[in-house]
Design a protein around this ligand. Structure first.
Ligand code: ADP
Length: 209
């Protein structure tokens, strides 16, 4: 099925039209034992989403939603690995100053921080950098590891997770991006990508086009 959720009433209308098409609005109302006016908004919704077609003086026809043609269906099955972006990374010993420069150069919104063995150990967002900047210290001497949000307090996603679930996580956790990680046998993780609100917004537009 499509991701469009019909109400019980809309399901009933669609069922009646499938069985009795072409059928007038009055007749549908009769079957449901309601007034024609009570059905008006549901009929508008159903014709607008393309489930029903209305022909003047004839009545309603069932069109149905062809799942193959429904772009949202494709979106629904998409995995994080299909759309993830390239992460900006820095080592925890690098200075706050250097990470600020990197973020500007790469036009990134955050940086994922790695330990000396290149395992993932933290995140810094733009706000973290602003906070450090008004703190008054010498930014070229403060290691980024001192100001980052540290693992395990970081929400991550895996490559095989669904984009829809990851989008839900982004909204729930109120962060701008999620590191996409792959776990090693020692329980530590490597960053293999990023999933940001920007990436999801772009995908949304692509689907529309
Ligand atoms: P902004 O700085 O624009 O508010 P975020 O909302 O992404 O950006 O970050 C807010 C705070 O959450 C920052 O302190 C950042 O270090 C932290 N953070 C960023 N991404 C994550 C994440 N995936 N999991 C946990 N904390 C995060």
């Amino acid at each position: 099925m499509s991701i469009i959720q019909l109400t019980k009433r809309q399901e009933e209308i669609s069922q009646i039209v499938q069985e009795h098409q072409p059928i007038t609005g009055e007749k549908i109302a009769e079957y449901l034992k309601v007034t024609r006016a009570a059905l008006r908004s549901d009929l508008v919704v159903l014709t607008m989403i393309g489930l029903l077609d209305a022909k003047p003086k004839v009545g309603y026809f069932y069109v149905g939603i062809d799942d193959q043609k429904n772009e949202y269906n494709h979106f629904k099955d998409m995995k994080v690995s299909d759309i993830m972006g390239i992460p900006l990374t820095a080592h925890q010993t690098e200075s706050v100053y250097d990470v600020i420069v990197k973020i500007f150069m790469e036009d990134a919104g955050c940086a994922f921080i790695l330990d000396e063995e290149d395992y993932f150990c933290g995140v810094v967002s733009r706000k973290d950098l602003l906070k450090a900047s008004i703190g008054g210290g010498d930014l070229s001497k403060i290691p980024i590891g001192m100001i980052m949000t540290r693992t395990p307090n970081i929400t991550t996603v895996l490559e095989e997770e669904l984009v829809l679930e990851a989008a839900e996580t982004l909204v729930e956790r109120q962060v701008d991006s999620l590191p996409v990680v792959r776990y090693a046998e020692n329980g530590k993780s490597k960053v293999v990508g990023k999933l940001s609100k920007t990436i999801i917004t772009k995908l949304f537009l692509e689907i529309k086009e």
